[in-house]
Design a protein around this ligand. Structure first.
Ligand SMILES: Cc1cc2nc3c(=O)[nH]c(=O)nc-3n(C[C@H](O)[C@H](O)[C@H](O)COP(=O)(O)OP(=O)(O)OC[C@H]3O[C@@H](n4cnc5c(N)ncnc54)[C@H](O)[C@@H]3O)c2cc1C
Length: 385
């Protein structure tokens, strides 16, 4: 459903109101303890926001990507971190677009109602890195089940999810024509995995719930395979434009958080008898960061609008992610500089958001890989790898 401007404003206000119940102290405390924001994720679920993209017939809000972007942007702008909750929005796309009618009917209403959490997406592996075609986790078919073994790394929110969408090889790489063939996607019910799945949390620089997984014969019913066997990489790639655009919106939200805080501080902090923001050396970097966040927002809106019209948007989705991640990172640095010593002080929250937004230069796709996509697929330069 497309929302007109006034409904979109109402949606944004609703998210702001919800986030006001989760002030800086809430996030600061969880960050110090490296705990999951259970209450925030529950509130977002109960408000229906995490089911924004689930069609109404399955109990979701049935909104378009433009509206979903507004939700995540507002969350991050408020000082929250949408990361612990955001995967449900984009992981669900694989199920929605490529799942069978039975799978959609089984899972989507429960996800929309908050009875099932779909927050985990298992692609990355230690030996494969960015080259997903090299993953070696293998799903061996045995009758009506697959038996899955292998290792994954940096798989987030596994302890806070009931289901995981998993990419695994179903045909050995030596036996496929193209390396992108022979991979399949599964819905893994984490509640049934038992001790065949070992989960070890990785401590990273931000409060992120990411893990190393060891799968040692995890059984997955054949009916839990999404789409055709061997076509999995295509299904996963298909969802990546939405993921990139949604992450770009989070970065725009982060950028606006930093600009808001830096501007407030520059107006209030008096040194040498005048507000520091009266000095052009302080105000120009904030103004430049503001311009870059606004530009990134335009590209994000353009990418979302193309996606919503079902038009090709690979270049725009990638550019939105690139520009927004760069803009939020620039704004983060400017905010730290504007706050001076307080910029690195945990009580002022800029340093926490600084660590959080840094991730988006690296994940879910690194800046270099976006540049190489643009160079090769948009500019027609030679393939470099
Ligand atoms: C906190 C966190 C959460 C994550 N959550 C998930 C998750 O839930 N699910 C999931 O599947 N994955 C997840 N990831 C993994 C993430 O998507 C990867 O870390 C990311 O895709 C980069 O892969 P890599 O770390 O293996 O880097 P590598 O592939 O080892 O690359 C390292 C660096 O080299 C550069 N590089 C590599 N090849 C080239 C080249 N040909 N040209 C130029 N530069 C190159 C890359 O751009 C990168 O900067 C998460 C990661 C983190 C840190």
């Amino acid at each position: 459903m497309i929302l007109d401007d006034s409904k979109l404003r109402g949606l944004r206000q609703g998210v702001r109101d919800l986030c006001a119940g989760f002030p800086d102290e809430y996030w600061r405390d969880l960050d110090a303890r490296r705990e999951y924001p259970e209450e925030f994720v529950r509130a977002m679920t109960e408000a229906g926001y995490l089911a924004a993209l689930i069609p109404r017939e399955y109990g979701g809000m049935g909104l378009d990507l433009t509206a979903a972007c507004a939700i995540l942007e507002e969350a991050n702008r408020s000082g929250a971190n949408a990361n612990p909750a955001h995967a449900q929005m984009y992981v669900m796309g694989t199920l929605l677009r490529h799942g069978s009618r039975e799978q959609r009917e089984e899972y989507l209403p429960k996800i929309a109602a908050g009875e099932l959490r779909l927050q985990a997406f298992g692609v990355t592996e230690p030996e494969a890195g960015t080259d997903t075609t090299r993953i070696s986790t293998f799903a061996q078919r045995r009758g009506d089940r697959y038996v899955v073994s292998g290792r994954k790394i940096y798989i987030s929110r596994v302890q806070h999810s009931d289901l995981m969408v998993l990419l695994a090889r179903t045909t050995p790489v030596e036996k496929v024509k193209r390396r992108s063939d022979g991979l399949s996607v599964f819905i893994v019910d984490l509640r049934d995995a038992g001790d065949r799945l070992k989960v070890k949390r990785r401590r990273v620089m931000m409060n992120n719930f990411t893990n190393e997984l060891e799968l040692d014969g995890v059984e997955v019913p054949v009916r839990n395979r999404i789409g055709e066997e061997g076509m999995g990489l295509r299904y996963v790639m298909d969802g990546m434009n939405a993921e990139r655009i949604l992450i770009a919106a989070e970065c725009v939200g982060d950028g606006r958080f930093f600009i808001d805080r830096a501007t407030g501080r520059a107006n209030d902090r008096v040194v040498f008898g005048r507000p520091i923001g009266q000095n052009q050396g302080v105000q120009f970097p904030i103004a430049r960061a503001y311009a870059n966040v606004e530009a990134a927002d335009l590209m994000t809106r353009k990418a979302a609008a193309l996606f919503d019209r079902d038009e090709a948007c690979g270049a725009e989705a990638n550019m939105a992610k690139l520009l927004a991640a760069d803009a939020s990172w620039e704004a983060a640095n400017v905010a730290v500089q504007t706050f001076g010593g307080y910029g690195v002080d945990a009580e002022y929250d800029v340093e926490r958001k600084f660590r959080e937004t840094r991730l988006y230069q690296v994940a879910p796709i690194s800046t270099n890989l976006i540049l190489s996509y643009l160079a090769q697929h948009v500019l027609g330069l030679p393939r470099s790898f």
